[in-house]
Design a protein around this ligand. Structure first.
Ligand code: GTP
Ligand code: ZN
Length: 194
């Protein structure tokens, strides 16, 4: 991380320095008490919220793929997530449901949530995030099919712009048997209550 000299002689990151400029441009007095640590806090928060760029599938899965002869559908529903839209850098948040048909291997339960977080903690559009989650599950399990449904509310639709408070976006990606076989897709939808 590039470090800069602040007026108080402390080292600060480039991101922190940029947040100070943002606050100044917004007309704030960056020397007032309540804002003294804000650039550093905002930089830290944004780094966490985009930390998904620094993780990769192999590391988060950590070999937690187990042999199993259970070839029935597995569903993990209601995985909450927070992401940010790449257009406004405002949050969108909601729930993700994942179903797959194992093909001799099952994935450690927590890893579904880790996969969702990895793609959520990036600048995203919901459609792409949904597809990336489906492709990741397919890649690590070699499953016969996968379905992912994401339901989310977008702050850029609520706090600004059209200011619609009650709309929700639902996206889905179906691959393999979930795409080709209507009964499989319907079983998934029924299990997640849709
Ligand atoms: N499809 C999709 N659109 C998104 C997502 N997040 C934000 N958007 C949309 O991205 C679009 C950007 O449109 P622009 O016209 O370039 O930007 P804008 O003037 O700020 O648009 P408004 O939100 O309509 O005020 C808007 O329609 C947003 O609602 C997403 O995850 N998926
Ligand atoms: Zn947006």
């Amino acid at each position: 991380m590039t470090l800069y000299e602040s007026s108080g002689g402390n080292k600060m990151s480039k991101l922190e320095s940029l947040y100070r400029d943002v606050l100044s441009e917004l007309g704030e007095d960056v020397s007032r008490e309540g804002l003294l640590d804000t650039p550093a806090r905002a930089a830290k928060a944004m780094q966490f919220l985009t930390s998904g760029y620094e993780t990769n599938l192999e590391d988060i899965v950590n070999n937690a793929v187990f042999t199993s002869d259970n070839d029935e559908m597995v569903v993990v529903e209601g995985i909450e997530f927070y992401s940010q839209c790449e257009h406004h850098m405002l949050p969108f948040l909601g729930r993700c449901h994942i179903g797959y048909l194992p093909n001799g291997k099952v994935l450690g339960l927590s890893k579904f949530a880790r996969i969702v977080d990895m793609f959520g903690r990036r600048l995203q559009i919901q459609e792409n995030m949904t597809k990336q989650i489906a492709e990741a599950v397919e890649e690590v399990t070699g499953c016969r099919g996968v379905g992912v449904i994401v339901e989310a509310k977008h702050m850029c639709m609520m706090m600004r712009g059209v200011q619609k408070q009650n709309s929700m976006m639902r996206t889905s990606v179906m691959k393999g048997a979930f795409r080709e076989n209507q009964a499989t897709r319907e079983e998934f939808m029924r299990l997640v209550g849709l």
